[in-house]
Design a protein around this ligand. Structure first.
Ligand code: ARG
Length: 432
């Protein structure tokens, strides 16, 4: 539930810019703490002042060495946190030395499976925009770091959807593929989510120029079509998976096998006509365009999912004017007076649409949360973390649901400020 909330109403700590993920991650790394038990790396000569030519190293002086690919300070900070929160792992010192030695030798280091699993869970716990964090410990972490070829990644993304979909009992899952390594960037998934609907401009007829399908999928649809994907031009047509191995290379594309895309046709508990609208939505929201960063190591190919909160579908994907834009149609079928905003026809249509989403998922046996329950769970998480002596940074404007905000307890308070430098984290992926 950490996406799709481009809203202007935000408290002081909002990330800048129009990008929905706008996490800064290009800032300089913090300097190692003075009491760092890790042996220091080779000493570098002082950096030349800006605008001046670097001095020719004097005899006996080391020439300038570029900093290692992976920042040792970030690595050490994570290793310490891991050992602090996982006492069974023992004291951190020997692992800190091994990590530092591996970075000095290779430019980076490899997480142990336990470090990877815990690091991914911490990234979820740190996701300031996510209301569903109570369950951060239950994340299923699929360690697929040995895979970097597009065919293998595609096959395991499909398996991810099956594991996560679990016949309707949605499980939160992350699949972690090979990280960026010195001189070898990892392959990228170009899709925003593993399942998303195509959107394309209608060529002729009365609606010529309007987007059929999901306008949020239009750019990827055009790209997939240029690669040879044949689009049936349906309103709810899952996009193929697009994988790019190197910057500028032609992406590979893969049609989603049928058994990967669990979908729910929408109906309403009281209005029989609702099913005739032909609306549907998929069961597993699996974000695939964010980098998982743990201890200075970047995993740009690490799709992750939770389960849906109804409002994401009913109050945004199907309701937003620049998405499926269904409120006018629903209001008309409800027979509402749309001649004035004051009849609140939009609000009434919106509630019925959200009722239909929750009802249909429940009928289909697919996990979904309502915003009242999920809000309470979130405050339970905040209280639980507080008892453990930890803050829960949260972005109010993303946490408060897009319908009935003031009816939920998350509306009536503020949260610990968001720290853009906090790691581990899921971050907006840098372009190649
Ligand atoms: N809001 C996005 C969507 O509607 C999904 C973001 C992740 N949501 C979640 N419940 N884990 O597709």
């Amino acid at each position: 539930m950490i996406f799709n909330r481009l809203r202007t109403r935000r408290p002081t700590t909002a990330p800048s810019g129009g990008c929905p993920y706008a996490h800064a991650h290009t800032a300089p790394h913090p300097a190692p703490a003075a009491a760092d038990p890790v042996p220091p790396g080779p000493r570098l000569p002082p950096a030349p002042a800006a605008g001046r030519l670097p001095a020719v190293p004097a005899a006996g002086q080391l020439p300038p060495v570029p900093p290692p690919f992976t920042d040792p300070a970030q690595a050490a900070e994570f290793i310490r946190q891991f050992h602090r929160e996982q006492p069974a792992a023992g004291a951190p010192e020997s692992r800190l030395r091994a990590v530092r030695e591996e970075i000095d030798r290779t430019g980076s280091y490899r997480h142990t499976p336990a470090e990877l699993a815990y690091g991914a869970k911490l990234a979820w716990r740190n996701a300031a925009r996510c209301i569903g964090r109570l369950y951060w410990r239950s994340l299923v972490v699929r360690d697929l770091r040995h895979l970097s070829a597009p065919d293998d990644i595609a096959a395991e993304c499909f398996e991810h959807l099956r594991v996560a979909g679990n016949g309707g009992r949605i499980r939160p899952v992350v699949s972690v593929f090979a990280p960026d390594r010195p001189g070898r960037p990892a392959a990228r998934i170009l899709n925003q989510q593993l399942v998303r609907y195509a959107g394309h401009r209608d060529g002729d007829g009365p609606a010529a120029g309007a987007v059929v399908g999901d306008p949020a999928g239009a750019a990827l649809t055009a790209r997939a079509r240029a690669l040879g994907w044949k689009c049936a031009e349906d309103r709810f047509e899952p996009l193929p998976l697009l994988l790019q191995e190197r910057p500028g290379e032609r992406p590979h594309w893969y049609e989603l096998p049928d058994d990967t895309t669990l979908e729910v046709p929408l109906s309403h508990p009281e209005h029989g006509w609702f099913a005739e609208l032909g609306l549907r939505w998929y069961a597993v929201p699996a974000i695939s365009d964010m980098t998982l960063e743990i201890g200075g190591v970047r995993y740009p190919t690490a799709p992750f999912n939770g389960w849906y909160m109804g409002t994401e579908i009913g109050a945004r994907n199907l309701a937003d004017a620049d998405r499926y834009d269904m409120l006018g149609t629903v209001a008309e079928r409800l027979g509402l007076d749309t001649s004035s905003e004051r009849t609140l026809w939009r609000d009434r249509a919106l509630v019925e649409l959200n009722i239909a989403v929750l009802h249909s998922f429940q009928e289909a046996g697919v996990t979904i949360a309502d915003h009242h329950t999920e809000s309470e769970r979130f405050l339970k998480h905040v209280a639980q973390e507080r008892r453990l002596g930890r803050p829960t940074p949260a972005d109010w404007s993303w946490i408060v649901p897009p319908v009935s905000g003031g009816l939920t307890p998350v509306y009536h308070r503020y949260y610990d400020p968001v720290d853009e430098e906090q790691r581990p984290a899921f971050l907006a992926r840098e372009p190649w």
